[in-house]
Design a protein around this ligand. Structure first.
Ligand SMILES: Nc1ncnc2c1ncn2[C@@H]1O[C@H](COP(=O)(O)OP(=O)(O)OP(=O)(O)O)[C@@H](O)[C@H]1O
Length: 206
C-alpha cells in the first residue's frame, strides 16, 4: 500500500542543463548538502567500456551494442545518442527506479539530450543554469583552473551555440536561472523545487 501510494505521488524528474561553467554543479552540490538524500541521478546506459573504479548500475549500466540496439528497438529509452562511437541513453526504467525511492530524479544533460528528451514527452521540470554573460563564464572557467586553452575555447564556443539555441527556442526550459549572485541563484533553484522538497520530506517522515 505504501509502495503504491509512493508511486502514485511520484515527484517529477528535473532536467538540469546549461553551458559548462554556468554553475550547475556548484548550485546542485549545495542543494545536496542542504537536502541530503533528496536527489538522485538516474543511471544511464552506455556501450563504452567501464573505466577503472566504475561500477555497473552505479556509474552506468554497461551493455554491449546488441543489447543497446534491442532496448532502443523496444522503445525502452527516453533518449539516446551516439558520441565518439559509443551509445549513451536514459532508460525509462532508470528514471522510474529513482522515482520509486521517492527522491527527485536528476538528469544532467547537454542541450542535445534536452532536445531529445523533450521529444519523448517525459513529464519533467526543465531547468537551465547559465552565467550572465559569456565573458563572465570565461572568467569563471579560467579561475576554476580545470581547462587548457584548447578545452576552454571549445567550451566557450559550445556555450555560445547553446545560448543561441535557447534564445531561438524560449519555451525549451521551464526555468532559466541566471547565475550572477550565487546566493540568489541558489535560492531560485530551491524555490523552483520547494513543493517537491516538501513532498520528499513528507514522504520520508511517514
Ligand atoms: N555566482 C557565481 N559567482 C562566481 N563564481 C561562480 C558562481 N557560480 C559558480 N561559480 C564558479 O564558477 C565555476 C564554474 O561553476 P561550475 O563548476 O558549477 O559550472 P558547471 O556549469 O557545473 O560546469 P561543468 O558543466 O563544466 O561541470 C566554478 O569554479 C564555481 O566556483
Amino acid at each position: 500500500m505504501r509502495i503504491v501510494s509512493k508511486l502514485m505521488s511520484a515527484i517529477k524528474p528535473i532536467v538540469l542543463s546549461g553551458p559548462s561553467g554556468g554553475g550547475k554543479s556548484t548550485i546542485f552540490e549545495r542543494a545536496k548538502k542542504e537536502y541530503p538524500d533528496a536527489f538522485a541521478f538516474s543511471v544511464s546506459h552506455t556501450t563504452r567500456k567501464p573505466r577503472p573504479g566504475e561500477e555497473n548500475g552505479v556509474h552506468y549500466w554497461f551493455v554491449d551494442q546488441d543489447q543497446m540496439e534491442q532496448m532502443i528497438a523496444r522503445g525502452e529509452f527516453f533518449e539516446h545518442a551516439r558520441f565518439g562511437g559509443n551509445f549513451y541513453g536514459t532508460s525509462k526504467k532508470a528514471v522510474e527506479d529513482v522515482q520509486k525511492t521517492g527522491r527527485i530524479c536528476v538528469l544532467d544533460l547537454e542541450l542535445q539530450g534536452v532536445f531529445n528528451i523533450k521529444q519523448s514527452h517525459l513529464d519533467a521540470r526543465f531547468i537551465l543554469v547559465r552565467a550572465p554573460t559569456l565573458e563572465i563564464l570565461e572568467e569563471r572557467l579560467r579561475k576554476r583552473g580545470t581547462e587548457t586553452e584548447e578545452s576552454l575555447s571549445k567550451r566557450i564556443q559550445h556555450a555560445r551555440e547553446d545560448l543561441e539555441a535557447v534564445r531561438a527556442d524560449p519555451l525549451l526550459f521551464d526555468h532559466v536561472i541566471i547565475n550572477d549572485d550565487l546566493e540568489k541563484a541558489y535560492q531560485e533553484f530551491i524555490n523552483i523545487l520547494s513543493e517537491d522538497l516538501a513532498h520528499f520530506k513528507k514522504q520520508n517522515s511517514i
